[in-house]
Design a binder for this molecule. Structure first.
Ligand code: COI
Length: 354
C-alpha cells in the first residue's frame, strides 16, 4: 500500500509557463514544470516523487531499450468556463494501463500512485491547461523496465512516470488514409490490444510508406486475410452506413480498446444510431461506398479526438467524402467537446475533478 501523504513533492523555483505561447501549441512539444517519478524494485514501489521536469539518467544496458518492456497511456485534462480542472475518464486509462502491464509481464501500478499521483501532478501544473476549444493538457503516464542487464527476461526493476504536455489538435485537418495490405499491426494472441511502445515503433515503416504516397495514415487490416479493417494509425475507426455506425470488434485482441471509442459508441447510441461492433471487410466498405450508403468515416482517440477522413484508398479504388456536409461526426465532436468543456451535462460521470 502506497500512502499518498508520503509523496515527496518538490516544486520548481522558476516556472517555464511564461515561455509558452498559448496561441501556438503543437501536439506533444512542450512540457509542464513538474513530473512524477517512482521506481519499482524487488516487488516494492519506492517513494513517489513529484519534482521539477528534468532529464533522467538511463544506464546503456537499460532493459527497455533492448527488449521493449515499455507501456504508456494518453489522457487529457480540460478546464471548464469557471476555470476548474477535470480529467476525462482517467479510471478507464488506469485499468487499461494495468492490462498492458500484465500482458508485458510488468508489475501492476497501484491505484494510489497512478490516480492520486496524476491528480496531484495536474493540480500542481493546472495553470498549464489551455482553456481553448480543441486544446487540453495531455497526460502521459508510462512505465519501462530498468534492469541493467543484457538478456531476454522480465526485469526486476521498473520506472513509472507521468509527464504533462499542453496541446492543440493532433490531426488538424481531414485526413487521407491508405488501406494497408502488406504490413500488419497486430495478430490474434499478440499485443495489439495493449498500449505497448513497440506497437507504435512497428507501425512507423508502413506509415512512412503511406506518407511517401501522399497519405496521412494507414488503415490496418487483419494479418491473415488482409481484408478485415482493424484501426487507423493512432485511432479507432467508425464507418457510418445508413443509420448504423460500424466499428471493428475488440473480440480477437488485435485492437486497442479506446476510451474515446467507448465514449463515442455511447454518444452514437444517445443520438439514436444503431452501433455494430463486428468484423468489417474492406470489400463491404467499398460496396457500401459504391451503393451510396457509406456516408462518413472518422477516427477516434485521446490524441486524435474525432478526426474526419476525407479520402480512403484501397488498392486503386479511391473513396472521397465531403466532410463539411457530415452530420454524425460533426455532432459527435460537438457533444464530446461540450462535455469536456463543461458546457453539457456529464451524465455518464466521465469528467473527474482534479
Ligand atoms: C493517444 O491517443 O493518446 C495516443 O497515445 C496516440 C499517440 C500516438 C499520440
Amino acid at each position: 500500500m502506497v500512502a499518498t501523504e508520503d509523496f515527496k513533492i518538490t516544486k520548481t523555483r522558476k516556472s517555464k509557463l511564461g515561455e509558452l505561447d498559448f496561441n501556438n501549441i503543437p501536439f506533444g512539444k512542450y512540457f509542464t514544470d513538474h513530473m512524477l517519478e517512482v521506481n519499482y524494485d524487488q516487488g516494492q514501489w519506492g517513494t513517489v516523487e513529484i519534482k521539477p521536469y528534468q532529464p533522467i539518467m538511463i544506464d546503456p544496458a537499460c532493459a527497455a531499450l533492448h527488449y521493449g518492456q515499455a507501456i504508456f497511456e494518453g489522457i487529457k485534462a480540460y478546464k471548464n468556463e469557471d476555470g476548474e480542472a477535470f480529467i476525462f475518464r482517467p479510471e478507464d486509462n488506469f485499468k487499461r494501463f494495468n492490462i498492458s502491464a500484465e500482458r508485458m509481464e510488468m508489475p501492476q501500478v497501484p491505484e494510489e500512485i497512478f490516480m492520486e499521483g496524476m491528480k496531484q501532478l495536474v493540480k500542481l501544473d493546472e495553470e498549464w491547461i489551455p482553456a481553448k476549444p480543441d486544446h487540453s493538457l495531455y497526460i502521459r503516464p508510462f512505465m519501462f523496465s530498468t534492469d541493467e542487464v543484457i538478456g531476454v527476461k522480465p526485469s526486476q526493476k521498473y520506472k513509472f512516470m507521468i509527464i504533462l504536455s499542453p496541446t492543440g489538435p493532433y490531426y488538424s485537418a481531414p485526413m487521407r488514409i491508405f488501406a494497408e495490405e502488406k504490413y500488419v499491426r497486430a495478430v490474434p494472441g499478440g499485443v495489439g490490444y495493449t498500449k505497448n511502445a513497440g506497437n507504435y515503433g512497428a507501425s512507423m515503416y508502413a506509415t512512412a510508406e503511406a506518407k511517401r504516397k501522399g497519405y496521412d495514415q494507414v488503415l490496418w487490416m487483419d494479418a491473415f486475410e488482409h481484408k478485415y479493417v482493424q484501426e487507423c494509425g493512432t485511432m479507432n475507426v467508425f464507418f457510418i452506413m445508413g443509420n448504423t455506425a460500424v466499428t471493428p470488434s475488440l473480440a480477437d485482441g488485435t485492437i486497442l480498446a479506446g476510451v474515446t471509442r467507448d465514449s463515442v459508441i455511447q454518444l452514437l447510441k444517445d443520438m439514436g444510431l444503431e452501433v455494430e461492433e463486428r468484423n468489417l471487410s474492406i470489400d463491404e466498405i467499398e460496396d457500401a461506398y459504391k451503393e451510396g450508403t457509406l456516408h462518413e468515416v472518422f477516427g477516434t482517440g485521446t490524441a486524435a479526438t474525432t478526426s474526419f477522413i476525407k479520402e480512403l484508398r484501397y488498392k486503386d479504388f479511391v473513396m472521397t467524402f465531403e466532410t463539411e456536409k457530415w452530420k454524425v461526426g460533426t455532432e459527435i465532436s460537438r457533444r464530446m467537446n461540450a462535455i469536456k468543456e463543461g458546457k453539457a451535462e456529464d451524465k455518464y460521470g466521465w469528467m473527474v475533478k482534479v
